[in-house]
Design a protein around this ligand. Structure first.
Ligand code: SAM
Length: 505
């Protein structure tokens, strides 16, 4: 089946998928105002669900007079019951439509709030194109059991491995991009939490003092950074910055703050984790608009206000990095603490390599064969996975391996690109088959709009047992346009060797 994403010219970033228009009519109706608790009770939803609808602007945030507000005072936030019911009615109609289109009713995850979709370490660092943990959980819980070994040959930011760890399964993930492996490793590492907290907060407060001094704020930081020392520090930090990218995409103070943080990292034990905090802060501190964090084309001018489609008001480009360092330091401590309570001790192995030829036995315990695969390969011509984290490659100097990326955006979607894609993806699964048990289960999540996977399966020595269709409503941060994707449930062909001999002859 061709799974073409829907295109819609409307600007959805403001209003969501058309729900708010109908809803606005209810805003003046005074009598149906409810607190979040009351609204949750009346509609059978959770308070998190209601908050999520507000956050995504599906329903209005109202004050006690029923007026839409940006911010409600403590205890004064209200929603309109009629508006909420109208919205839920539209959602149920959409479910119905999806049901008729053959989409799996449970796999749309329509009512899972943002907070859950990004739970604990799943939002340790942004990553364009990851799947939600609920999808992985759904399949792992039905087709695998505790102690099984799961492979993700296109590991990305490590969602499969994180979920496997939560469910008591062992896992191994491979990715060609070193920075993606870095994100996954940091999510999956075991930490001394007290030490982590101490180091993160100390690094943050040292950058804060440096930042205060940069902005000529008085205080104890004067002792640490007298004028001459500050000047020579700035000069030496800038001398360490060889990257034109960094010099172009950041305000002067933001650049100095991130370079200062980078210099502090080697003094700590949890260096990888600090790098992830810094990288996340740096990503949000680029000279870009708030609504274009994922794929900005060029920097915007420092100090020049712009109309922000995300916040519906004039905004200014960010001129520092410390704000985000502060926000993400606390958030990181919270997220890894939360995951540490849920995870199990089964191995979670991260390999930086090319899945077409990586030798998995070199990383796994002797004699282990894999029980299955849960993975989402790159789509043809959709994303350049190294480029999406260019700021991190520039800041930390990780080696790049772009040429080994399968289906990169820069190669396009032509027939030739599709052919190359088929052969490359098939090479990955052929290689993976070597390490699978004979009865292993393979799940491939793909937006197969060019219908390439039947051939890929054949060339891989896999048989597609079942194709499950699901609606994808919130895959990336780039909006909420729903599209469909397939989950191919495959098994190894009987006697794969004989199959390949036959093909050769
Ligand atoms: C769709 S993403 C996977 C996202 C992942 N499911 C997650 O939740 O984060 C595909 C990944 O395949 C990786 N990739 C591309 N070519 C590869 C290759 N030859 N070997 C290993 N990984 C590769 C990309 O770097 C990218 O991270």
């Amino acid at each position: 089946m061709s799974l073409k994403p829907k295109t819609d010219k409307r600007d959805r970033s403001k209003s969501g998928p058309g729900f708010r228009k109908e809803a606005v009519a209810y805003k003046a109706d005074f009598s149906d105002l409810l607190t979040l608790e009351e609204a949750a009770q009346k509609t059978g939803k959770t308070i998190h669900n209601i908050r999520d609808y507000i956050q995504r602007e599906r329903i209005a945030k109202l004050n006690m007079e029923g007026k839409p507000v940006k911010r409600a005072e403590n205890g004064e936030l209200r929603v309109s019951l009629k508006e909420l019911q109208a919205f839920l009615y539209l959602v149920s109609q959409r479910d119905e439509k999806h049901h008729r289109a053959g989409l799996h009713p449970e796999l749309g995850f329509y009512n899972v709030p943002e907070r859950e979709r990004t739970r604990h370490v799943n939002r340790l660092h942004p990553y364009l194109g990851k799947f939600i943990p609920q999808l992985v959980e759904w399949f792992l819980s039905r087709y695998f059991k505790r102690g099984d070994w799961i492979l993700d040959p296109f590991m990305g930011s490590g969602t499969t491995l994180v979920q496997a760890s939560e469910m008591g399964m062992a896992s191994i993930g491979v990715d060609v991009s070193e920075f993606n492996c870095h994100i996954a490793k940091v999510k999956l590492a075991h930490y001394d939490l007290a030490q982590v907290r101490k180091e993160i907060l100390e690094a943050e407060s040292r950058v804060q003092r440096f930042s205060d001094r940069l902005q000529h704020k008085d205080g104890q930081s004067l002792e640490l950074f007298p004028e001459e020392r500050l000047d020579s520090l700035k000069t030496s930090l800038l001398a360490e910055c060889k990257s034109d990218y960094l010099r172009t995409w950041f305000a002067p103070n933001a650049l100095l703050e991130m370079l200062y943080y980078r210099r502090l990292i080697p003094h700590y034990k949890n260096q990888d984790l600090l790098r992830i905090i810094l990288s996340r802060a740096v990503r949000s501190s680029r000279l870009i608009t708030h609504y274009d964090l994922a794929t900005p084309k060029m920097p915007v001018a420092l100090g020049v206000p712009y109309w922000c489609r995300k916040h519906n008001r004039m905004c200014l480009p960010i001129d520092n990095c410390i704000e985000k360092i502060h926000a993400y330091s606390n958030d990181t401590v919270r997220r890894i603490t939360e995951f540490s309570k849920l995870r199990n001790s089964e191995p979670a192995i991260v390999v930086n390599g090319d899945s077409r030829n990586v030798r998995l036995n070199e990383y796994m315990p002797d004699g282990v064969l894999l029980d299955g695969i849960f993975t989402s390969p790159p789509y043809v011509g959709q994303i350049d996975y190294h480029d999406q984290h260019v700021y991190a490659y520039e800041l930390f100097g990780f080696p790049r391996n772009d040429v080994k990326e399968i289906g990169p955006k820069k190669s396009g979607k032509s027939k030739a690109a599709q052919e190359a894609y088929i052969n490359d993806i098939a090479a990955v699964f052929r290689n993976a088959c070597i390490y699978l048990k004979p009865d292993a289960k393979v799940f491939i999540v793909a937006n197969d709009r060019f219908n390439l996977y039947p051939r890929i399966a054949e060339l891989s020595g896999l048989k597609i047992k079942e194709t499950i269709l699901r609606a994808v409503t919130k895959r990336t941060e780039q909006g909420n346009d729903p599209y469909q994707e397939s989950i191919f449930y495959c098994v190894k062909m009987n006697n794969v060797n004989a199959y390949f001999k036959q093909k050769k002859s």
